[in-house]
Design a protein around this ligand. Structure first.
Ligand code: ADP
Length: 377
């Protein structure tokens, strides 16, 4: 009887243990499934710094497969480029059983490429004993690149601002120190005017870029005849440049729903470039074409032309910032692209080096996402 009871109790205890084991195992299974599905790269090590788990996001980010790294010390992932203070702070935090977060880690992938990472390492403890170290990792290259570009742009803007300001100061100080102050030279005033224009353009472009970056480039839509806008632009630019003739044969009414000032800004940019990049020629042509849905405007010059490999890059902000060959920000076309994009249109170029370029932009006649207007053709 006693023996029977003991056997029963033993069986029950075992069953309890077995149940606990099964539930622990299924909890681990669930946890692993969660970690596997996590979009952050995760690496877990033992207290002795041996890798015991990496999730698929980690494998994808680092280029290693899990079997290649299990059992290894994660030191082999070090790039040698992470600042020493990162490791110092890491040791300090983990020593006090505190999690450690940093953006200063530079990791090395299997193919040898380096990337900046946002990393958080948590010590997992039970009764003050370290069980695991869990690291969450993600690639912050896009953010770092964005920040670098921002800094670069800022230094370009401040550098560019200095030039007209220096010229203005010089011209003004010349006037102040002149014996006869009443005698102002017309050329000096013309130069002041030119430099002020340059300053205004720089400030306007910088503001536009900042609006684009923060997604605050808003359109003020009205319905207008594009012919008027083109004629107004030609009149305005003819005063500045008398060498080039700008040809435009106006067809019938070309009514569009768009932002008048912004489209004019695009056209001014394209015509100014056509003039600037055809110093030995004297002809620029503007044409328009329309169908029921959209209008295409083209600006043609017979100037220097653009090499094939650069034809898409000239609209690209990063490329232009790196290239920095001209005066000014060199981002006029990038701003044009963003303005046209905002109108749900397109901008592109056809060009042959030595023969000239034609820049095109198309915008829908009716701005998408708005109700039809009766005044439109
Ligand atoms: P910027 O003219 O100030 O450099 P843009 O963004 O207006 O800036 O133009 C970018 C680049 O595209 C120019 O630096 C130039 O190399 C090229 N480009 C633009 N328009 C023309 C053109 N009509 N002919 C030849 N090259 C051009």
């Amino acid at each position: 009887m006693q023996l029977h009871e003991s056997i029963e109790r033993y069986k029950q205890q075992n069953k309890l243990l077995l149940d606990q084991l099964i539930s622990a195992e299924s909890e681990i299974m669930n946890l692993t499934q969660i970690l596997d599905a996590c979009s952050d790269a995760i690496l877990i090590t033992s207290p002795e710094s041996k890798i015991i788990y990496v999730n698929p996001s980690w494998e994808k980010l680092m280029g290693y497969s899990s079997p290649e790294v299990l059992g290894k010390n994660p030191k082999f992932l070090q790039s040698g480029k992470t600042p020493a203070k990162y490791y110092k702070n890491l040791r300090l935090n983990l020593h006090h059983r505190q999690p450690f977060t940093s953006d200063e880690l530079i990791n090395k992938r299997k193919d040898g490429t380096l990337f900046p990472a946002h990393s958080t390492i948590y010590p997992v403890t039970r009764l003050d004993t370290i069980l695991y170290y869990v690291q969450f990792l993600y690639d912050i290259s896009p953010q770092v690149e964005h920040e670098n570009q921002r800094q670069q742009l800022l230094s370009i803007v401040s550098h560019e601002l200095k030039t007209p300001i220096t010229v203005l100061k010089l011209l003004i100080s010349r006037y102040i120190s002149a014996k006869n102050r009443r005698q102002v030279r017309v050329e000096d005033l013309q130069n002041i005017d030119k430099e002020l224009d340059r300053l205004t353009q720089l400030i306007d472009e910088s503001l536009d870029i900042s609006k684009i970056e923060s997604n605050k480039l808003n359109l003020n839509l009205t319905i207008f005849d594009l012919n008027n806008l083109i004629k107004e632009t030609i009149n305005q630019l003819s005063v500045i440049d008398q060498k080039h003739q700008i040809y435009f044969s106006s067809p019938d009414d070309l009514f569009v729903e768009a932002d008048y000032k912004r489209i004019k800004q695009v056209l001014i940019n394209l015509v100014t470039n056509a003039v600037k990049y055809s110093p030995d020629k004297d002809r620029v042509e503007i044409n328009t074409k329309s169908n029921k849905k959209s209008i295409i405007v083209s600006v043609k010059d017979y100037g220097l032309g653009i090499p094939k490999e650069e034809q898409t890059l000239i609209f690209d902000k990063s490329y232009q910032i790196k290239k920095r060959s001209s005066d000014g920000l060199g981002l006029g076309l990038y701003i044009c692209k963003e303005v046209i994009k905002k109108h749900h249109g397109k901008i592109w170029v056809k060009s042959q080096p030595g023969k000239g370029s034609i820049f095109f932009f198309s915008i829908p006649i009716r701005h998408t996402g708005r109700t039809r207007s009766k005044n439109l053709i």
